[in-house]
Design a protein around this ligand. Structure first.
Ligand code: G6P
Length: 611
């Protein structure tokens, strides 16, 4: 949520920052801005996407030795030029970008107003900057010291980066709760909310920890804690290639990421699942196998699409491992008083590894001495570091705001963990274990088959794109996929869509059924097949339009449905990995046919680092 890029070094700062902001735009895109320092400090801000800022700056002299940039997802104050970052101090010498929320900004603002400070924006960021300025100027302490003093009084989550006209090559940054990566070059440093703006310049990075302040100069990186003690920067190597964050010939990142799935699922299985040997090896699981196998209960916490992966996992874990599972929205979990007992295992699922609600939910669970297992995509992210153990999903960078390949990778990892536990506990026999290993192993090829021909889904998208509402129905393992299909459509096309358990539709949603309502059935072959077929007939009897995701060769459903999208036959336990693919494509094609920006849907952000 909000993207930050900053640079100090021997290159011209603006092009580096602009390119970086474009890479981070998935984090927020309601306004953008840069502050550049050369002979004096200049700030440029614009409502809209980074492209609008770029256009407004064409032909301007932007030469700079250092600079900071921001792409915003509004929290305090509407999207506007005025509320865009960077903000400036009263004396005009400092500029600051911020990602996060300052919860006690109102109190701080009242004090500052009494001292005569005026405010140009409605943001909490400007309040924090002027609070820092006040300490810096009136207490006559260095800017670095002022930042430390200020942050001790701040409640909330933040990453800040400050630029100072009086010390043009020095950037001061700090974090609590939001991510910040520093790339180390030769005579230059790059700061960013994630590694994507940095990757083309250097692979050596330092992830800043909470309550650390970084003083960054072209040739020097000093890390200190809020107590002014030096902290040794821990340098890690980025394991990511530039090509992975580019569109590679596809029109949109979302489409590229849907088509990445045969490979991303393969990458997720690689080195872990060995179909020939009939084995699964996962470092984080193997090391803590006792804890997982003896879990009295598994509590899954996540948000958004990751929560849907958790719901599928609930069905899978209970079926295979006979361990009770509860799945909870992290945002609810963190504020109630959940009962956590000894022997409970918490599985936190997150693509970004930075979702604020999930992160805080983990903290709460840790206070209750729970064992935290993270299922995370972004290597080195906060959730991966906060977990006691975990498994990366290895889906590669996901840039499209609507999650696709991260979801299928989450399902694969969760399936492998469940199989491993079940086999160790002997809650499944060897035959079923080996069968499911083979089924998982075949998923990449089956997904590739679905993606071989997508034209019919494009035609369906055109046919149904003007519907006002959609209903998605599924049962069993496919119920969460109905929820996910509806979420994808809402996110990308702004069409109202609801996901429901197919049988439950009789208790409400059936009242919505009429000729103009498309009802998408997620109905691959499983033990509920006859039941869901009856549900489809109930919709037909009321003149609703039935679109169905079915297994190849399912002539029964084909007879009832108006339109079908077929997937290869598979065991019902792994079927969600296939049935979700046509639904991702349907949402994508509808979004595109409506002329919408599917990679950057309105009001959304990829990584929600505010609560
Ligand atoms: C945002 C994204 C979703 C994502 C959710 C949870 O809402 O737009 O795609 O599912 O956050 O994010 P996480 O990174 O924790 O999986």
């Amino acid at each position: 949520m909000c993207g930050i890029v900053a640079y100090t070094g021997n290159r011209d700062a603006y092009p580096v920052i602009l390119k970086g902001l474009k890479r981070l735009e998935y984090r927020g895109y309601d306004s953008a801005g840069v502050a550049l320092v050369n002979h004096g400090l200049k700030t440029f801000k614009k409502r809209g996407k980074v492209g609008a800022l770029e256009e407004s700056l064409l032909g301007k002299d932007l030469q700079a030795v250092a600079g900071i940039g921001h792409t915003r997802w509004a929290t305090h104050g509407e999207p506007s030029d005025r509320n865009a970052h960077p903000h400036r101090s009263s004396n005009g010498k400092l500029a600051m970008v911020h990602n996060g929320i300052i919860e006690n900004y109102s109190l701080l603002k009242q004090d500052l107003l009494k001292k005569g400070y005026a405010f140009e924006s409605d943001t909490d960021t400007e309040v924090l900057l002027k609070f820092i300025e006040d300490i810096h100027v009136s207490h006559e302490v260095s800017l670095e010291e002022a930042v430390r003093i200020a942050l001790k009084r701040v409640v909330g989550a933040y990453v800040i980066v400050l630029l100072n006209e009086d010390d043009p090559e020095t950037l001061i940054a700090a974090r609590k709760g939001s991510p910040l990566v520093i790339g180390i070059g030769k005579g230059e440093h790059f700061l960013a909310s994630d590694a994507s703006p940095i990757i083309e310049y250097t692979k050596e990075v330092v992830y800043i920890n909470d309550y650390e302040v970084a003083i960054v100069r072209p040739d020097e990186l000093i890390l200190k804690n809020l107590g002014n003690e030096r902290v040794t920067p821990h340098i890690t190597q980025l394991d990511m290639e530039l090509a992975a964050i580019e569109k590679g010939g596809f029109d949109h990142f979302m489409l590229k990421e849907i088509f990445d799935q045969p490979q991303s699922i393969f990458d997720c299985l690689r080195g872990r699942l060995d179909a020939n040997m009939g084995s699964i090896r996962m470092g984080g699981v193997d090391k803590h196998l006792d804890q997982l196998v003896n879990a009295k209960r598994i509590l899954i916490i996540a948000c958004g699409t990751s929560w849907h992966a958790g719901l599928v996992a609930e069905y899978v874990f209970e079926e295979l491992c006979r361990i009770p599972v509860e799945v909870e929205y992290a945002s609810e979990f963190r504020y109630r008083n959940p009962v956590i007992n000894e022997g409970d295992v918490i599985i936190a699922i997150s693509q970004s590894g930075e979702t604020a609600d999930t992160l805080v939910a983990i903290e709460r669970a840790k206070e209750n001495k729970a064992f935290i297992f993270g299922v995370v995509n972004v290597v080195g992210s906060s959730i991966s570091r906060q977990s006691h153990a975990g498994a990366y999903t290895h889906a590669g960078p996901e840039i499209g705001v609507a999650s696709t390949k991260a979801f299928t990778a989450q399902l694969v990892v969760l399936n492998m963990i469940a199989l491993k536990i079940a086999y160790t506990k002997r809650t499944i026999d060897q035959h079923r274990y080996l069968h499911l290993i083979n089924e998982l192993n075949e998923i990449p090829d089956k997904v590739a088959l679905i993606l071989q021909d997508t034209d019919h889904i494009k035609i369906l998208a055109d046919k149904y794109k003007d519907a006002r509402d959609f209903l998605y129905l599924g049962r069993g393992y496919n119920f969460p996929i109905a929820l996910e299909g509806a979420l994808k459509l809402k996110e990308i096309s702004y069409i109202h869509a609801e996901g429901y358990p197919a049988a439950e539709m009789k208790h409400g949603p059936i009242a919505l059924v009429e000729e103009s309502l498309p009802v998408v059935f997620v109905a691959t072959k499983d033990m509920y097949h006859d039941k869901i077929l009856s549900n489809a007939q109930e919709i037909k009897a009321r003149k609703g339009k039935v679109i169905a995701v079915i297994s190849e060769g399912d002539s029964q459903f084909q007879e009832v449905a108006d339109d079908v999208m077929m997937v290869p036959l598979s065991d019902e336990l792994v079927a969600p990995l296939l049935s979700v693919i046509p639904l991702q494509l349907l949402a994508y094609f509808i979004g595109v046919s409506k002329g919408l920006d599917v990679d950057k849907p309105r009001n959304l952000a990829k990584s929600v680092t505010v609560e």
